[in-house]
Design a protein around this ligand. Structure first.
Ligand code: MG
Length: 281
């Protein structure tokens, strides 16, 4: 789940308020905490594997939500999303022009050629795992495939930056640099976030280069962030539907979303929500 970008007005101008001068509120995690976060993220990864298998014409987004919910129960884990600021489900399902935070429904039926972003969070022993992917339903158009590939590539370009002595702007700028040459719009209204005992911790992790103190934040071992580029086929602008949750593209064109929870370690990034990732410590 993404977090709305914090904004402040200073002398009549909008300013980024990513750190708000509160570097010391960033909670670095111990090795033991990283191990628990890995376990939470493995439950998330298992659900994402199930959703990939299910994505075919005729399945509803409510079906996807039910399978995710059943898997939480099997693993004795709790949902990070259900009840979060009143969110009604365990899964966010955002089809086609929906960007993020879509609500599952039995009337949203997947059809051949659709894309559907699914975002899922689980709590294990008090720590939150969070990851998202955009599913393809059957054969999708070449332009949709390119959007998915670019969004996924941008996520991994950012992950590669998650090393000690790099700065937050290296991570956020990597997404922007990867996406812009393809002519797609990088969503600015919602951003990634620190993650740990709470789903949304400091710092915010935008998908565009940030300046100032926020961008200059040095990455340190034990920092855990959820990086989640949301990339639109057209304009970067978004709007929120009347349900108060569903975010859609400003122009009705497609949007894709990939997210991993990533720990910075002394030896490089540990992609906690990637089941194939090796613990580099
Ligand atoms: Mg998230």
């Amino acid at each position: 789940m993404a977090t709305p970008r914090a904004r402040a007005r200073y002398k009549g101008r909008e300013t980024e308020q990513i750190l708000c001068g509160i570097d010391d509120m960033i909670q670095l995690k111990s090795n033991d905490e990283l191990n628990v976060l890995r376990r939470a993220n493995m439950v998330v990864a298992e659900v994402h594997a199930l959703l990939r298998e299910m994505a075919r014409p005729g399945i509803t987004t409510a079906d996807l939500d039910r399978v995710a919910s059943e898997h939480l129960r099997r693993r004795g884990a709790r949902s990070a999303f259900l009840g979060y600021q009143g969110f009604p489900n365990v899964l966010c399902t955002s089809m086609n022009e929906k960007v993020v935070h879509g609500i599952p429904s039995s009337s949203d039926v997947l059809e051949e050629g659709d894309i559907c972003s699914v975002d899922f969070g689980a709590i294990v022993d008090g720590y939150v795992g969070d990851a998202a992917q955009t599913l393809s339903v059957g054969r999708i158009s070449d332009s949709a495939r390119r959007l998915l590939e670019v969004t996924h590539g941008a996520l991994w370009a950012a992950i590669e930056q998650c090393r000690p002595r790099k700065r937050l702007r290296d991570v956020s700028g990597a997404v922007e640099d990867y996406v812009v040459p393809h002519g797609f719009g990088v969503v600015r209204d919602f951003v990634g976030h620190g993650i740990g005992r709470k789903m949304h911790e400091e710092p915010q992790v935008p998908n565009y280069r940030v300046g100032g103190r926020a961008g200059a934040l040095r990455l340190e071992p034990g920092l855990v962030i959820a990086i989640e580029p949301m990339v639109n086929e057209g304009t970067h602008e978004t709007k929120v539907l009347d349900d108060g949750w569903t975010v859609v593209t400003g122009d009705g064109k497609l949007s894709a979303h990939f997210e991993h929870s990533v720990a910075v370690t002394a030896k490089g990034p540990w992609v906690l929500s990637d089941p194939d990732a090796i613990d580099p410590r």
